[in-house]
Design a protein around this ligand. Structure first.
Ligand SMILES: [Zn+2]
Length: 293
């Protein structure tokens, strides 16, 4: 004897589909007493958004709804496919004979208020299947973990304890908000941060001399000015791939304090000039004309 037990109860977010490719997930669960009901007190198992019908042109589903209803009323099998045998007209007559509208609609009441809905609602029998994708299996999170061998970036996918992709659009959001520290955390520290040694004189990546226990520049040898630089490992890989094609990438290393002293006088004057201009320009013509000046 074989016993099959349902191990996962249906829940919010589980995926279902009719036989017409109308797939979707459960967006809300109602207690039965809050559901809408027909004159006979019939409560539907599921409600679908009618916007799913016109764009996808799944007329077969509407046909199934009517034929299913007629078939249930007459207690007989009906061919629900739109291609063969069954003519829709006699089925409409069946509905009419049993006191229903021929298009499958019925007057319905709101389960919460008991009020009649303004428009009749299409209700009938349509076969639905649960699809394999269930929210319970989808939950996934990661702090740190496995990385790819080549790029040293986090692996992809739940099965490999993968990271959640922080893509271009997400990056643009942080850039737009000016959240630079978070940006660096996501794109570098939380991903494939790597300390690369660079010679500031020639911009070459230094290598490690294990005998002497020092980093050496391929051009300047021990005389190079070698500094550690924190970069994504994927960036180092890119540089090496470029080098493998016979192109020499050059890394310009600038001291942060030197950078400030070098740039700030000019940028400061520019900033103050821009500030003055915006003060004067209030109530005047828009930004476009200011740009042209
Ligand atoms: Zn060098």
């Amino acid at each position: 004897m074989k016993v099959r037990v349902r191990d996962q109860d249906t829940e919010l977010g589980d995926k279902f589909a009719s036989r017409h490719g109308q797939k979707g997930v459960i967006g809300m669960l109602f207690p039965k007493y809050d559901m809408l009901y027909t004159e006979e007190g019939l409560v539907p198992d599921a409600i679908i958004n009618p916007h799913a019908i016109p764009s996808r042109m799944t007329v077969g589903q509407l046909l199934e709804l009517i034929t299913g209803k007629a078939g249930a009323l007459e207690a007989r099998y009906v061919d629900g496919t739109p291609f063969f045998k069954e003519d829709i007209e006699p089925l409409k007559v069946v509905l009419l004979k049993n006191g229903y509208a021929p298009d499958g609609t019925e007057v319905m009441y709101d389960g919460r208020t008991g009020r009649l809905f303004e428009k009749p609602i299409a209700i009938g029998l349509v076969f639905y299947q649960r699809l394999y994708h269930m929210v319970a299996d989808k939950m996934h999170a990661r702090a740190t973990g496995k990385v790819q061998l080549l790029t040293r970036q986090p692996t992809e996918g739940k099965a490999r304890q993968g990271g959640l992709r922080f893509g271009e659009m997400e990056r643009d959001c942080l850039v737009g908000h000016g959240a630079t520290m978070l940006l660096r955390d996501r794109m570098l520290d939380g991903s494939d941060a790597f300390t690369m040694y660079v010679c500031t004189l020639c911009g070459h990546i230094a290598w490690y001399n294990a005998k002497k226990g020092v980093y050496e520049c391929p051009v300047h040898g021990e005389n190079g000015d070698i500094r550690p630089v924190k970069v994504p490992y994927a960036f180092k890989l890119l540089l090496q791939e470029i080098m493998s094609m016979g192109i020499k990438p050059k890394i310009e290393v600038v001291d942060k304090t030197a950078l400030v002293s070098r740039v700030s006088p000019l940028s400061l004057s520019k900033l103050s000039a821009a500030a003055n201009e915006s003060d004067n320009g209030k109530g005047g013509s828009g930004n476009g004309s200011e740009d042209r000046r």
